[in-house]
Design a protein around this ligand. Sequence first.
Ligand SMILES: NC(=O)c1ccc[n+]([C@@H]2O[C@H](COP(=O)([O-])OP(=O)(O)OC[C@H]3O[C@@H](n4cnc5c(N)ncnc54)[C@H](O)[C@@H]3O)[C@@H](O)[C@H]2O)c1
Length: 277
Amino acid sequence: MSGRLQGKVALITGAARGIGRAQAVRFAQEGADIVALDVCGPVETVIIPPSSPADLDQTAALVTEAGTRAHIEIVDVRDLAGVQAATDRGVERFGGLDVVCATAGITSRGAALELDEDAWRTMLEVNLTGVWHTCRAGAPHLIARGGGAMVLTNSIAGLRGLVGVAHYAAAKHGVVGLMRSLANELAPHNVRVNCVHPTNVDTPMIQNDAVRCAFRPDLNRAPTRTEFAEAARNMNMLAVPWIDAVDVANAALFLASDEARYITAATLPIDAGATQL
Ligand SMILES: NC(=O)c1ccc[n+]([C@@H]2O[C@H](COP(=O)([O-])OP(=O)(O)OC[C@H]3O[C@@H](n4cnc5c(N)ncnc54)[C@H](O)[C@@H]3O)[C@@H](O)[C@H]2O)c1
């Protein structure tokens, strides 16, 4: 442990698996106690396999193994009162809050003019309003502490349009507006707010038949991981099909740490060059 977050407390949503879990583990390795929230179950209109309470338990076990404490709660980020109450309980237990990572998110697909209305609404409620709820729940605690950092897990879809995910791109672009506004409003309180924008990340969000099929419609069957990789590789400048969750966690760690003390309102691509290709 090199202690870049020694004695700090971090709130992380979507912590049961994927990027949220990687952030929880990486931050714990650097000394932070973790308040880990996740819905741990299906979200309507989402057809990729959901996370489970066992996944969140596993995140807690990994945090403990790294040498710090985890406070886990099952909550839907669409439920403002629920997110606030879970956050407050975690903060009460650990004595304060220094970092907020809004990472919970969903994916679904459809052409912009054919998207199911429910899929559109659910996307905006989870991937945009859920981020606002998380920031809203955490902000008073950061202010009470005299400062802190928020890292909003965005996407390359927050910086450019993509085919088949207009609702996702709209929500992620919305998160950039939220981030920039919060950065302005919270700067007087010494709270920094930034976004990280990953290209494809090797997590359950993309490693499933629904997403793989969208990348290889030519096959008329679910592609293998290797076949998916061949297509995904074309999105990136560097010679990789996707990055790892820890790559996003490391960028979030930097932005959350004092090393980034004068970085706020930034949109940081972790994208192997995807947005400039
Ligand atoms: N995987 C990628 O390729 C990729 C790329 C760019 C951005 N992202 C973003 O990264 C974030 C994390 O994605 P991931 O790849 O770890 O996905 P994931 O599906 O592996 O994990 C997402 C977690 O969020 C939780 N979640 C979903 N809806 C929730 C809700 N309403 N309330 C609380 N928790 C909820 C899920 O239960 C799950 O545990 C998302 O915001 C996603 O948009 C992912």
